[in-house]
Design a protein around this ligand. Sequence first.
Ligand code: SAH
Length: 342
Amino acid sequence: MKLIYDLTLAKMQEYFLEINQKPFRAKQLFGWLYTKKPNSFEDITVLSKDLRDSLSREFVIDGLKIADKQMSKDGTVKYLFELLDGNLIETVLMVHDYGLSLCVTSQVGCNMGCKFCASGLLKKVRNLTPGEMVGQVMKVSHDLDVRISHVVVMGTGEPFDNYDNVMDFVRIINDPAGLAIGARHITISTCGIVPGIERYANEGIQTNLAISLHGSNDEIRDVLMPINKTYNMDKLREAVANYIAMTNRRVTFEYILIDGVNDELIHARQLAHYLRGLNAYVNLIPYNAVADNDYKPSSPEKTAAFKAELLRLHINTTQRKEHGGDIDGACGQLRAKKSGVL
Ligand code: SAH
């Protein structure tokens, strides 16, 4: 069975031509799916009975089942979804003063092997389809009856290791005929896959790019993030500089502060030097301890000193609030627990 959410509006129109339907019918279907949120094709009464029947023989609307749900005191809601093939994925809703943002998963498991991350405890099983990513947005907004204003592709998986599906997902949720989530409210986060950044620079889309850096030099980054051995920090910087030149967009560098690993003032200075001249800012992220490794978050004093040093060196810096600290908030933890890895 295919998911109807897999289809961008353009692909839906192509499909309708194949089945001898008028393209404007595809637009009616697309609009209905994302504005009226029907549970079955039967409910889409703008289409003829025959067409509804034939669609329901070919497609299902949403392939996700809620397998678990945890709600934090701060409003964070973490979902564990079961896909049609039984695989489990996580999605997290966060409450901000500017709206609700959803952290979407792009793969079942992940092959990037970052040492500090719980997601990588389970190797990649497969890529998610666009519809399985769209489904995360639909299911959560339906379940809580809310409008999701921001989407970050920062859940389990490496989006640029599933490039085409992630871009279709972005086109679907951004489409003005559907959810119409603004491009500037959509962020893709990568561990630093340079060819992906190069492609993304040429998409002609106003979505955001975030880079998971976490190291201020190659020595540290090689240990934390194996991808650095393929695309080192120089190559990464060049790709990001080119992206900024092409898109005129500001890039976020995410930096987790890990006690005794990357949180000294010298690291802040190296980081400032690395970012000098880039239209970028640093988002400092509190490390979320994972049971399976020995990494610990930096102390509040070290964190404050690191941030102050970056600001002193004129590097724009923000500090991410921790969300869902009282639930299995860290990336991949809920799923890893369910699978018995944690
Ligand atoms: N593969 C992509 C997106 C998924 S990871 C990427 O690397 O950006 C999303 C973000 O969460 C990354 O910045 C990642 O480094 C960070 N992260 C992973 N495990 C974490 C943990 N235990 N605590 C805090 N941040 C973590």
